[in-house]
Design a protein around this ligand. Structure first.
Ligand code: MG
Length: 157
């Protein structure tokens, strides 16, 4: 059976933190606020694969009240979520991601992000779609206050 999961995440920009997306540090004036490293791409993908296998959600598996996850590398959380999916007899097949961000440009980092996600998920780089959109200047994303990420995953099992 092929199962589909959806994930969404948003984080606020703050000064003084690195911008980390899919485990890649991306040069920018601001990073993202959060209990972990605030990697919104990793978080959205985590929820997508957990959702596809009905294995809960990121907040349940890695609560932000738990000091163990403070400044955590979210790609490691994604690895643990991948294990939770496997424990339910499921296997990730493919993910597709849309990053909604006014700046910086994602294109120069797309290949590295896809490769990193593919490694953690145990799939090929060609099974990781990454697209970036601006919000045309509208709303909190348009004002550069933060970003949002949507992800869809297919899981077999
Ligand atoms: Mg998050």
């Amino acid at each position: 059976m092929i199962r589909v999961g959806i994930g969404y995440d948003s984080h606020r920009f703050v000064a003084g933190r690195p911008l980390i997306l899919a485990g890649q540090t991306i040069p920018h004036t601001h990073g993202l606020a959060g209990h972990s490293d605030a990697d919104a791409v990793a978080h959205a993908v985590t929820d997508a694969i957990l959702g596809a296998s009905a294995a809960g959600d990121i907040g349940t598996l890695f609560p932000d009240t738990d000091e163990a996850w403070r400044n955590a590398d979210s790609m490691r959380l994604l690895a643990r979520a991948t294990e939770a999916v496997a424990a339910r007899g499921c296997r990730v097949r493919q993910v597709d991601i849309t990053i909604i961000i006014e700046r910086p440009k994602i294109g120069p980092h797309r290949a590295a992000m896809a490769a990193a996600l593919a490694t953690v998920l145990g799939i090929g780089s060609g099974d990781v779609g990454i697209k970036a959109k601006t919000n045309e200047g509208m709303g909190f994303i348009g004002r550069g206050e933060g970003i949002a990420v949507m992800a869809v995953a297919t899981v077999e099992g």
